[in-house]
Design a protein around this ligand. Structure first.
Ligand code: FMN
Length: 493
C-alpha cells in the first residue's frame, strides 16, 4: 500500500509551465499572483533589512517578496529586491513547477526532474545584453551609487553581495564556479569577500595566490534567482552552476565575456562588479549576522577585491539576502532545494526506500534535516541517516539528522517530535560523528580548524521488533472517510 507522502506526490501532476526570461519577467509574474509588495521610502540603513526579516518570519514559505523603491537618498529607479524565490508559489514559478500544495510536493517535483529529465545546459556566449547598458570603468567606479543595505545593527559594514553570485575560473581546468559568498564594501571601489574553508571559490582563489597572482573575479549582485539557488547549493566540484541552473531553466543562460578577464557575465544580470581578489592585501571584514542566526565569527582580515568595472542595467535592482535568526528571506527556498538535492545524491549512492526529506528552516535549512524511509532491511535507517549527513549537499555545517518511518511527514515537526518521543531510545539510537566539515560561522566552534560534531538519530520503529511495535491509535482511513461524508461541514476550510 502506498504511504501518505507517496499518495500526495502522485496527486501532483507535473505540467509544462512556461519558463521565465529573466528577473524582471519574474517580478511581473510574482506581481500577477500577488506575491510581491512594493515598499516606498525605506532607508538602506537597517530599515530595508529589518522589514524583510520581520515580513518573512511572520509567515514562513508564504510571505511576499519585497521590492524597495524610492530608497532614502537614492534615485527612485535604483531598487532593492528581497526574498525573490522564498515562497511556495514563487519558488515553483522560478523552477517552472505547478503550484505545490505542500513541502513534499515541491521536493518531489524537483526530485522527479532530477531523476527523469535533468541535464546540464552550458551557457551560450553572446556579444551583448542588458547588463551592458551602463559600464563604469576605473576612476568612474563608485559603488555608493547603489543603495547598498546595512543589514544588521552590529554588522561591520554595508553588504553589496548577499543574494549574489561570485564567478571565478579555475586556472588549471577552466571550470567556472559561480557561488554565493558575502561581499562587504570598504570604499567606493574596494570590497571584502569572505569564503569558508573548503568552499570551491576559496580553493580556486588559493591556486592563483600560490602562484603569487591576484584572482580574477566577477560579483553579480542581482540576477535570475535560479543562479542564486545554484550558487548557494552544494553543486559538485568541476560542475558549473551556470550549467546546473541552465538545466533547471530548460534553456541556456546567455553570458558576455567581461572586458578585463573574459569571465562570463550573465547577460541579464542587474549589477556585476569585475576586478581581482588580492591575497596579499587584507582589510577587516565583518562581523556579519549569519545564517545560524548569530554574529558567529568576529571581524577578521580578509582579501580585498579591487573593483575596476561595474556593469549595470538601467533602473538596476540590487538583490538582498539577510541571514538572521531563522527563518530568513532565503531559507524556505534553500530547505526545498537542499532536501531534493540530498535525496538525489543518496539515491545515486544506492539507498532505496526514501519517502521524503526535509531540511527544516529552524535549522537554517542545514542544521536539522529529517529523512523518512520505508525500512527494508536491518541497518537501513542508520544507512539513510548517515548518507544524508555525509553526502555533499548535506555535509557542510550540519548538526542533526533524524531518520523516521514512512508514515511520518519529515516536514511536519509535530510528526517528527512524536517519532522522536515514541520510537527512539536515546542511548541506543543516537550516534555521534566527530570532526566533520563546518565553518567559523558555527556557533558551537570557537577556534580553527572549525570541525564540528553531529548527532545522528534513528527515530524509526526498531527493526528487530517493528512488526510487534504498538499499533498507532488513529482512526482508520475507512472510518475517517465515513465520518467525513456524514459531517462534511466540520472539515471544510
Ligand atoms: C545568503 C547566503 C550567503 C552566503 N554567504 C557565504 C559566505 O559569505 N561565504 C561562504 O563560504 N559561504 C556562503 N554561503 C554558502 C555558500 O553559498 C554555499 O555553501 C555554496 O555551496 C558555496 O558554493 P561552492 O560549493 O561552489 O563553494 C552563503 C549562502 C547564502 C544562502
Amino acid at each position: 500500500m502506498k504511504n501518505k507522502i507517496q499518495q500526495k506526490t502522485d496527486a501532483f501532476e507535473r505540467t509544462n509551465v512556461p519558463r521565465h526570461k529573466d528577473l524582471r519577467d519574474l517580478i511581473g509574474r510574482f506581481e500577477d499572483v500577488d506575491e510581491l509588495s512594493r515598499i516606498q521610502g525605506a532607508d538602506w540603513d537597517l530599515e530595508m533589512a529589518a522589514l524583510s526579516e520581520m515580513v518573512c518570519s511572520r509567515n514562513p514559505g508564504k510571505s511576499p517578496a519585497l521590492l524597495f523603491e524610492n530608497i532614502k537618498n537614492y534615485p527612485e529607479n535604483f531598487r532593492v529586491l528581497s526574498g525573490a524565490a522564498n515562497s511556495f508559489k514563487r519558488l515553483a514559478i522560478v523552477l517552472g513547477f505547478p503550484e505545490p500544495s505542500s513541502e513534499m510536493d515541491l521536493v518531489q517535483c524537483y526530485r522527479d526532474r532530477m531523476k527523469e529529465e535533468f541535464e546540464l545546459i552550458p551557457p551560450k556566449k553572446v556579444g551583448s545584453g542588458p547588463v551592458l547598458e551602463n559600464i563604469d570603468r576605473d576612476d568612474e567606479v563608485d559603488l555608493y551609487k547603489f543603495p547598498i543595505p546595512l543589514i544588521h545593527e552590529f554588522d561591520g559594514g554595508r553588504y553589496i553581495g548577499t543574494d549574489d553570485v561570485v564567478i571565478m575560473k579555475d586556472p588549471d581546468t577552466g571550470w567556472v564556479n559561480a557561488a554565493t559568498y558575502r561581499v562587504m564594501i570598504h570604499d567606493k571601489n574596494t570590497v571584502g569577500i569572505w569564503m569558508s574553508p573548503g568552499k570551491h571559490g576559496r580553493l580556486i582563489r588559493e591556486k592563483y595566490f600560490e602562484k603569487g597572482e591576484p584572482c580574477p573575479v566577477l560579483v553579480s549582485c542581482g540576477q535570475d534567482p535560479l543562479l542564486f539557488l545554484a550558487g548557494h547549493s552544494e553543486v559538485d566540484q568541476e560542475v558549473s552552476e551556470f550549467d546546473y541552473a541552465g538545466g533547471h531553466r530548460g534553456f541556456p543562460f546567455e553570458t558576455i565575456d567581461s572586458e578585463l578577464h573574459s569571465l562570463p557575465i550573465p547577460a541579464s544580470s542587474e549589477i556585476v562588479l569585475e576586478g581581482e581578489i588580492y591575497g596579499d592585501e587584507l582589510k577587516t571584514e565583518g562581523p556579519f549576522g549569519e545564517f545560524m542566526g548569530y554574529y558567529a565569527s568576529d571581524a577578521s582580515p580578509q582579501p580585498i577585491i579591487k573593483v575596476r568595472r561595474v556593469y549595470y542595467r538601467n533602473d538596476p535592482i540590487l538583490m538582498m539576502a539577510n541571514p538572521s535568526r531563522p527563518p530568513s528571506n532565503f531559507t524556505f527556498a534553500r530547505s526545498a532545494v537542499k532536501s531534493a538535492m540530498i535525496w538525489d545524491e543518496i539515491e545515486k549512492a544506492g539507498l532505496p526506500g526514501v519517502a521524503g526529506i526535509w531540511c527544516h528552516e529552524a535549522g537554517a535549512g542545514r542544521l536539522f534535516n529529517v529523512i523518512s524511509i520505508k525500512q527494508m532491511y536491518p541497518g537501513h535507517s542508520k544507512q539513510a541517516a548517515m548518507l544524508a549527513a555525509n553526502c555533499h549537499s548535506g555535509n557542510y555545517a550540519g548538526r542533526w539528522v533524524v531518520a523516521v518511518d514512512e508514515d511520518i511527514d519529515p516536514s511536519n515537526i509535530f510528526d517528527v517530535i512524536w517519532a522522536l518521543s515514541t520510537r527512539c531510545d536515546p542511548p541506543e539510537d543516537v550516534d555521534f560523528v566527530r570532526n566533520a566539515w563546518s565553518t567559523p560561522l558555527d556557533t558551537m566552534l570557537r577556534e580553527a580548524p572549525y570541525q564540528n560534531n553531529r548527532g545522528i538519530i534513528d527515530a524509526c520503529r526498531p527493526w528487530g521488533w517493528k512488526n510487534e511495535f504498538p499499533t498507532v491509535a488513529e482512526a482508520s482511513p475507512k472510518l475517517k472517510s465515513q465520518v467525513m461524508t456524514k459531517w462534511p461541514h466540520l472539515f471544510s476550510n
